[in-house]
Design a protein around this ligand. Structure first.
Ligand code: NAP
Length: 680
C-alpha cells in the first residue's frame, strides 16, 4: 500500500512503523498509510526558521508573482487532483470548491501585491505628527515574523484548507509547516508534491506532515504563528498547550459553528426570494455532503410559513441523488469516512432530544453505483424543532454532515435573538427585500457572526453564496466559531507580520519606510523629476515651483469652464454669514493650477500618464491676489509587471503635492499617481 510522504527538511520521508490506514470514502477500501513516527519535529520547525531569510527578504511583489506562478503551475495538474479528490467522497462540484477554489485563493492573494509596496515590509495606517515644529512623528511598520506558520487543518478541505492559509503566510514572507487532518491527507500530499516539484517556492518555505503532529507544539516559539481549523474541543486542547501560552504564540482558531439562515418576514412563496431561500438551503445541506464549516445548521422562518417551507424543502431535498461521485447522475457524495458517519449519527441523536426528523433517514440511504454501507454514505436530513428558545442542543450541537434544523420565529427581534443563541458563528444569511429587516438584522446580530450575507433577487445571480469564504473578506467568527480571522485581503497578512510603532524625524521615517513623509528633507535636483525614468527616481526627489498669482478673473473663467457656479466662487455674492470673506478659488482650480506649475511642459518625457489622485484636501481658502506655489515630491514607487512583450515596462509613482500660499501656509495637499516608464 502507498505510504504517504512527509515533505520535511528538504526531503521526502515516510514515517516509521505501520502508520494510520487511510480509506477510500466511497468504497471503504484502504488506499494509503500515514506515519510521522521517527520525525524530529524540533528539527522540522527549526529548518523552516533557518531557511526563512530568502522568503522574508523578497518583496511583496516578488512573493505575489511567486504565488501566481504556483497557481498557474497547479492548474496544469487538475486532472490528477480531481481523480484523488473523488476518493474523499467529493463530487466534481465539491472538488471544484476545494481544488480550484484553493488555486483561486492563490491568484487572489497574488493580486494583492498591487496594493502593497515593492519592499519586504510595509507601512500600516496613517502617520501621526507629535511636535509643533514638525520634527517628530510616529508611524506603524509591518515586518514579517521570523518564525514559522504552523497550519493544523480539518479533513473537509484538504486543498483549499491548505492553500487559503499558505497563500497568506507566503505573501507576508513567512515559511510554513502544514499538518492536514490525517484521513484526507493523501490529497494534500499530492498537491504538495507538485508544489515542491515546481521549485517555485524557496527552500524551507513549505513543509508537510501527513499523520500525527506528535510533540511538534512543544517546540513552538514566540515568532511562530499557529492557525487551527477543526473541532472546538481539539482547538481548546491545543490552544491551552503550555508552550503556546508560555511563548505567547498567536493561535488563530476556526472551529465548528451553528451557522443560520433567516427567511425575512417580508418573503412570501410567490416571490423569487422564496425559491432563492430554498435553493440556498438545499445547496448548503448537500454540497460536500454537508461537511462545510460554513454550512447552514439552523433555519429560522416566520411561524406562519413553517409548513410551506417544510414542503418546499422536502421537495428540493428529494431531488438529491446520492452515490459514487464518479457517476454523473450523482449530486451528493459521501462523508469523508465511516468514523465521520458514526460521529454525525451520534450528534443527530443528541439533536433528537428536542427535534424530530422531517426528511431523510438515519438508517438507510439509496445510493447510485456504490455500496451504501461500505462507503460513508448518509441521507440528507432535515429536522424540525418547534420550540427553539427552549432547546439548547439545536444551538450547540454541530452534526458535521448533510443535516439542518428548521425552526419557527414570531418576530424579527426573535429571529435576531435565535441567531445569537449559537453564541458565535462563521456566517449567517438573511433572505429579505426589506431594507429595514436587513439593517435590523445586520446591526442587531452582527456581533455574533463573522460574515453576513443579505440575499435577495437583486444579487442572487452573482452571489457567491452563504457557504463560500472569499479571499478578500475575513473568514472566521466570534465565540463558538473560534474567535479567529483568516484571509480578509490585506488584513490577513497582518497575522504573519509584527506591527512595530516607529518614532523619529520625518526624514528618518522616510529612510526606514521608503515612503516619503511630509516635512522630511527632499532632494532638489537640477533636472525636473518628470525627466527621470522609473529606476532613476528616488524617494524624496523634489521640485519647488515658480509662483502663480490667482486672480478673480481666473476664478470666473474656471467657474464658466467647469460649470461650477457655487456661490462662494462668485465675486458678487454677499458673503455675510458664509464661511468666506470674499470670492474664493475652487479647490479644483488650485489643484489644476498646481498641475500647471509642476508639470514639465511640451517635451515628451518618461511620464506616460497621470491616472488619478489618491487623497486631496483643501486646507485653507485661496482668495484673489494670493500667490501660490507647489512643493512636489516623489513619495512612493511601485513597480509593475509587463503584460506581454508589447507592453511598456513601467511603474506607478505617487507624488506628494503640497500647495502653499504666499505666507507659506498649506492651502491644499494631494497624492497624485503617474505611470512612469522604465529605462530598460
Ligand atoms: P479535529 O478532529 O478537531 O482535527 C482538526 C485537526 O487537528 C486535524 O488536523 C487533527 O489531526 C489535528 N489534531 C488533533 N489532535 C491534535 C494534536 N494533539 N496535536 C496537533 N494536531 C492535532 O477536526 P476534524 O474532524 O478534522 O474537522 C471537523 C471539524 O472542523 C468540524 O467540527 C468543523 O466544523 C470544523 N471545521 C471548521 C472550519 C472553520 O473554518 N471554522 C473549517 C473546517 C472544519 P489528525 O487528523 O491527525 O487527528
Amino acid at each position: 500500500m502507498q505510504k504517504l510522504h512527509n515533505y520535511i527538511l528538504g526531503k521526502q520521508i515516510t514515517g516509521d512503523g505501520d502508520g494510520q490506514i487511510l480509506y477510500n470514502a466511497v468504497t471503504g477500501n484502504a488506499i494509503a498509510t500515514a506515519s510521522t513516527q521517527g520525525i524530529n519535529f524540533e528539527e522540522v520547525l527549526q529548518y523552516a526558521r533557518n531557511n526563512s531569510n530568502t522568503l522574508r527578504k523578497m518583496t511583496f511583489h516578488e512573493r505575489g508573482l511567486m504565488l501566481r506562478a504556483l497557481a498557474m503551475h497547479l492548474r496544469k495538474h487538475l486532472e490528477k487532483f480531481y481523480a484523488i479528490s473523488y476518493q474523499t467522497g467529493a463530487t466534481k462540484a465539491d472538488s471544484w470548491i476545494d481544488i480550484e477554489g484553493g488555486i483561486g485563493n492563490l491568484f487572489a492573494n497574488a493580486s494583492l501585491r498591487r496594493k502593497l509596496p515593492d519592499t519586504s515590509f510595509c507601512l500600516d495606517g496613517e502617520q501621526h505628527l507629535f511636535g509643533k515644529q514638525n520634527t517628530f512623528m510616529g508611524h506603524h511598520l509591518l515586518v514579517p515574523k521570523e518564525g514559522v506558520a504552523i497550519h493544523i487543518n480539518a479533513f473537509n478541505f484538504p486543498v483549499w484548507g491548505m492553500l487559503e492559509k499558505i497563500a497568506v503566510n507566503l505573501l507576508a514572507g513567512m515559511p510554513c509547516v502544514v499538518k492536514p487532518a490525517t484521513i484526507t491527507s493523501y490529497l494534500t500530499e499530492a498537491v504538495v508534491a507538485e508544489i515542491l516539484a515546481s521549485n517555485i517556492l524557496p527552500k524551507g518555505a513549505l513543509q508537510l506532515i501527513c499523520g500525527s503532529a506528535g510533540n511538534m507544539l512543544d517546540f513552538v516559539s514566540s515568532q511562530d504563528v499557529i492557525t487551527f481549523t477543526g473541532s472546538a474541543s481539539t482547538g481548546l486542547m491545543l490552544k491551552s498547550h503550555k508552550k503556546i501560552i508560555e511563548e505567547n504564540v498567536p493561535f488563530n482558531m476556526e472551529a465548528d459553528s451553528l451557522n443560520c439562515i433567516v427567511l425575512g418576514d417580508d418573503i412570501t412563496p410567490d416571490m423569487p426570494e422564496w425559491e432563492i431561500f430554498i435553493k440556498e438551503i438545499r445547496k448548503e445541506i448537500t454540497v460536500k455532503c454537508g461537511q462545510k464549516c460554513t454550512a447552514i445548521r439552523r433555519i429560522f422562518v416566520p411561524e406562519n410559513k413553517l409548513e410551506d417551507v417544510q414542503q418546499a424543502l422536502n421537495k428540493a431535498l428529494s431531488q438529491t441523488t446520492i452515490g459514487n461521485p464518479l457517476n454523473e447522475k450523482v449530486r451528493m457524495g459521501s462523508l469523508a469516512g465511516i468514523k465521520q458517519r458514526d460521529e454525525v449519527k451520534e450528534k443527530i441523536q443528541k439533536l433528537l432530544a428536542s427535534s424530530q426528523i422531517i426528511y431523510g433517514s438515519l438508517d438507510s440511504v439509496t445510493t447510485i453505483d456504490a455500496d451504501s454501507e461500505k462507503g460513508a454514505f448518509i441521507s440528507p436530513l432535515l429536522l424540525l424543532n418547534e420550540n427553539p428558545f427552549n432547546s439548547p442542543e439545536v444551538h450547540e450541537v454541530e452534526a458535521f454532515g448533510p443535516v439542518s434544523t428548521l425552526m419557527p420565529y414570531k418576530t424579527m427581534d426573535d429571529a435576531i435573538s435565535l441567531s445569537k443563541m449559537g453564541k458565535g458563528s462563521l456566517v449567517s444569511t438573511i433572505v429579505t427585500t426589506s431594507e429595514k429587516n436587513a439593517a435590523d438584522y445586520v446591526i442587531g446580530a452582527g456581533a455574533y457572526h463573522g460574515r453576513i450575507l443579505v440575499l435577495n433577487n437583486e444579487c442572487a445571480k452573482e452571489s457567491t453564496g452563504h457557504g463560500s469564504p472569499l479571499p478578500l473578506l475575513t473568514h472566521g467568527g466570534p465565540g463558538r466559531a473560534g474567535g479567529g480571522e483568516e484571509m480578509g485581503g490585506l488584513r490577513g497578512i497582518k497575522h504573519y507580520m509584527q506591527r512595530v510603532a516607529i518614532q523619529g524625524s520625518p526624514s528618518m521615517i522616510t529612510a526606514v519606510s521608503k515612503v516619503f513623509q511630509p516635512n522630511a528633507k527632499g532632494n532638489i535636483d537640477t533636472v525636473h523629476p518628470f525627466t527621470k525614468y522609473f529606476e532613476e527616481l528616488k524617494i524624496g526627489d523634489q521640485l519647488i515651483t515658480e509662483k502663480r498669482l490667482i486672480t478673480s478673473e481666473d476664478i470666473d473663467k474656471f467657474a464658466d469652464l467647469s460649470g461650477d457656479h457655487f456661490y462662494a466662487h462668485i465675486a458678487t455674492t454677499d458673503f455675510s454669514g458664509t464661511m468666506f470673506e470674499q470670492q474664493v478659488a475652487h479647490g479644483y482650480f488650485i489643484m489644476s493650477a498646481a498641475a500647471g506649475l509642476f508639470v514639465d511642459s511640451y517635451k515628451k518625457n518618461p511620464v506616460l500618464l497621470n491616472y488619478g489622485i489618491d487623497e486631496l484636501r483643501f486646507t485653507k481658502p485661496v482668495y484673489p491676489g494670493t500667490e501660490i506655489y507647489i512643493r512636489f515630491t516623489c513619495k512612493e514607487k511601485i513597480a509593475q509587471d509587463t503584460k506581454d512583450e508589447n507592453d511598456i515596462p513601467k511603474g506607478i509613482v505617487k507624488w506628494l503635492v503640497e500647495m502653499f500660499d504666499d505666507s507659506n501656509e498649506l492651502t491644499g495637499i494631494a497624492t497624485i499617481l503617474t505611470m512612469v516608464a522604465k529605462k530598460n
